[in-house]
Ligand binder design. Sequence first.
Ligand SMILES: C[S@@+](CC[C@H](N)C(=O)[O-])C[C@H]1O[C@@H](n2cnc3c(N)ncnc32)[C@H](O)[C@@H]1O
Length: 345
Amino acid sequence: MSAQEGSATSPASLWPLITGYMPARVVHVAAELGIADLLATEAKTADALAQEIDTAPVPLRRLLRALASIGLVEERESGRFALTAAGSQLRSNVPGSMRNIALMFGGERAWRSWGELLHSVRTGESGTRRVYGVGSFEYLAAKPEQAAIFNAAMAENTGRITELLVSTYDFSQFRNIVDVGGGNGALMAAILAANAGVLGTVFDLPSGMAQAQQNLADAGVAARCEIIAGDFFRSVPEAADAYVLKYVIPDWGDAQSIAILSNCRDAMHEAGKILLIERVMPERMEATPIHQRIAMADMNMLAMPGGQQRTEQEYRDLLSSAGLSLERITPLPGSEISVIEAKRG
Ligand SMILES: C[S@@+](CC[C@H](N)C(=O)[O-])C[C@H]1O[C@@H](n2cnc3c(N)ncnc32)[C@H](O)[C@@H]1O
């Protein structure tokens, strides 16, 4: 069916929604093949690229044309393909890189887990559990290569909001902060770099923070940061002023979330704070880009870890069940992320 046929027979906005997995798949294959890195310094023909990556040239040319159609490369008259600014975000190890995000969302687990969405909607069981028989973090603990992609993707995603976060929220009010489920330390590195008087701890499963030491050293803050491995369902490091949890609570159902939050409450100073850095689900959904991002993140929680995004009231109730009270919500301007502050009580 041609694109024209699509626009003649469907409302304009429905066609890209129905076929949305096609460009997503094209981007994922480009990321797997490392095309952006190979085009980083010069434009190349499909034949030249095919030789470098040992791929059949004709289908590779078709992939490059598809990438050109979505603006990630540009097809030149010479038959060479050049990287665009948007395509450059698929390069590895450049500021603003989204390569690991593309590898993660297009990777086998996401693909197969989302493939079970109908089952998940019918039953509430996550796609990951249905396909692999384990939860997300058990799966990642058993697959170090996948864990490395996941952790790097989380850090890439975190990197997109750290500047906004540290300029909007005053972390200098705390002497010491624990990042619970802090992954490979991207958030803590940014907090410490922006607040010279603060001490930090990154706390996570061993599989979640394999790169933390290196990232904190690269950011020049390793001397002010401890790295502690552990299980937040058992306990978290004691006596900090603030416990940050970013993108952690939505991974879990209510009972598990209350267990994590209760352990943070038990560990913190009497006047300590808990800071959830999260999307807040609107009470009523509208067709806006921000609402769409939150709703799709919620579907992703259903498909992958089996958790959910929550409304303000749901966060209030959850926190209250853990002996905490929601004090304030500070939205990060222009983003769908907020800082949700809670204290004992
Ligand atoms: C969605 S990731 C968020 C990572 C990081 N906070 C960020 O926003 O980039 C959830 C994190 O929780 C960690 N995690 C999962 N189960 C855990 C457990 N039982 N104890 C400690 N950390 C855990 C994972 O390893 C992972 O780093």
